[in-house]
Design a protein around this ligand. Structure first.
Ligand SMILES: C[S@@+](CC[C@H](N)C(=O)[O-])C[C@H]1O[C@@H](n2cnc3c(N)ncnc32)[C@H](O)[C@@H]1O
Length: 238
């Protein structure tokens, strides 16, 4: 973030005082140099895990940003790949990096696809959706998938209570709540609104059957549990 290639503190502040959509338009040219872009290590580990769940034909990256997940789709899908995002600036970057992907500007809460994809993925964007919007988002993805289609995304294990990361995320969310109480437009981005039990219930409510697959390339914690799971939500084939 504070590298010569990344945004300055001033640029990040201006972004955080904007709407989500405009904020990403402002950040787009420097986004790939920030820690908000999903890391290549995580992308490779997810692609590796998805290999065992295919084959997949067409694929959709929901909230694709500059296209981090499009490379994953390219490696596991035999057919058409597409990305959807509401930031024009982020889509322009994705278009440059993935010229053969279909890139569509739309709100993920109103996806312009019906039964069109075999696989949907999403990386790093769920914090932009409050719990009610997560339900709506999952229903939209369900509608965009063909019967038998799969919605898959990584869910890292939560940091241990009291750890440094725990307090960092807690502090970030608290700061965003204060910011959103006193400033318009809101910038919805919270790290602690996406817990496994809630996510599972919201996916099932949208009509998915949910299983969890360890993302083994990312290793295990001291207690033997995976550092990261792939949430695999399947749409019934009926
Ligand atoms: C943190 S970035 C993640 C981008 C990319 N998936 C990655 O992992 O690097 C979040 C992205 O979600 C998009 N986004 C947030 N809310 C959205 C919505 N309601 N509809 C479409 N895109 C949305 C933003 O424009 C931004 O590009």
């Amino acid at each position: 973030m504070f590298t010569p290639q990344g945004p300055s503190l001033r640029e990040l502040t201006v972004q955080a005082l904007s709407s989500v959509e405009h904020g990403y338009d402002l950040l787009a040219t420097k986004f790939d140099a920030t820690p908000f872009r999903t890391s290549d290590r995580l992308l490779a580990a997810v692609a590796d895990t998805l290999e065992g769940l295919g084959p997949f034909d067409s694929g959709l990256d929901v909230c694709c940003g500059t296209g981090a997940g499009l490379g994953v789709l390219r490696s596991v899908c035999a057919g058409r790949i597409a990305g959807v995002d509401f930031s024009t600036g982020m889509l322009a970057r994705a278009r440059g990096a993935h010229p053969t992907a279909d890139l569509v500007r739309a709100d993920a809460l109103a996806l312009p696809f019906a039964s069109a994809f075999d696989l949907a993925v999403s990386f790093g964007a769920f914090g932009h959706f409050l719990p009610d919007d997560q339900r709506a988002l999952f229903a939209q993805v369900h509608g965009a998938l063909r019967p038998g289609g799969t919605f898959a995304f990584p869910l890292p294990a939560p940091p241990p209570v009291g750890s440094r990361l725990y307090w960092t995320l807690w502090g970030f969310d608290a700061a965003m709540r204060v910011r959103n109480a006193v400033w318009r437009p809101p910038f919805v981005m919270y790290y602690r609104t996406f817990r496994l039990a809630d996510v599972r219930a919201r996916l099932e409510h949208a009509g998915f059957d949910v299983t969890l697959v360890p993302v083994e390339p990312l290793g295990r914690r001291e207690d033997g549990s995976p550092r990261c799971r792939l949430v695999v939500a399947r749409k019934g084939s009926g």
